[in-house]
Design a protein around this ligand. Structure first.
Ligand code: FE2
Length: 204
């Protein structure tokens, strides 16, 4: 299996996240696709049970999740898309946090947790529950069996070009202004229907 760079996911013309910033970030995403393919090919050739094979196995979660999470991230960015406040996702967010605004405040604070990683709104299709979750680096602390609905990259490389190393707060504000809610709502609908949440769907 060879994984491809998903060009259709590349956002442009965002408000407060420049095309130059996206270009720099996109190059890193392409690196994860290449490294995932390289690692899987190398693993297929490595002798099972060797130290080299074991180290590749340990490394796989970093490269794989680096690829996949960037696809969800770029796929949930587009300019000028509003959340459907009467839709199923808004209703469920309000159910979990009392109001959509309270959910967003919690999500933003999750994204401000110190360290490099991701803030992710996850859905548990078996209980219809939503969680704002912190993932360290790309692979630490994922909740097994839950589907990613909204994915926010808070590595410094996501905002260095526009805001500098201290600009995470301004960047998250800009991110929330550019969420492709149509794509996010579709992920939620798919998860609720117990279908695979596509990471290849372009932003609406
Ligand atoms: Fe990133």
């Amino acid at each position: 299996m060879t994984y491809l760079v998903q060009e259709q996911l590349k956002p442009h013309g965002l408000k407060g996240i420049s095309d130059d910033q996206i270009e720099e970030h996109w190059a890193l995403y392409k690196g994860y696709v290449g490294n995932t393919n390289g690692l899987l090919a190398e693993l297929a050739q490595a002798g099972a049970g060797t130290r080299h094979w074991a180290e590749l196995k340990r490394r796989a979660g970093f490269e794989w999740n680096g690829m996949v999470l960037h696809e969800y991230y770029f796929g949930n960015l587009a300019a000028g898309v509003q959340m459907n406040r009467r839709g199923a996702l808004a209703e469920r967010l309000a159910h979990g946090w009392r109001t959509v605004e309270a959910w967003q405040e919690d999500f933003v604070k999750t994204g401000m947790i110190r360290g490099i990683g991701w803030a992710i709104l996850y859905h548990d299709p078996l209980t219809d529950s939503l969680f704002n979750w912190w993932v360290s680096e790309h692979e630490v602390n994922h909740p097994a069996g839950l589907n990613p609905i909204l994915v926010l990259d808070v590595f410094e490389h996501a905002y260095m070009v526009d805001h500098g190393a201290g600009g995470r707060s301004q960047y998250i504000t800009a991110f929330m202004d550019n969420v492709s809610w149509g794509a996010v709502q579709q992920r939620f609908a798919d998860s609720r229907a117990r279908k695979a949440v596509s990471r290849f769907a372009a932003a609406a």
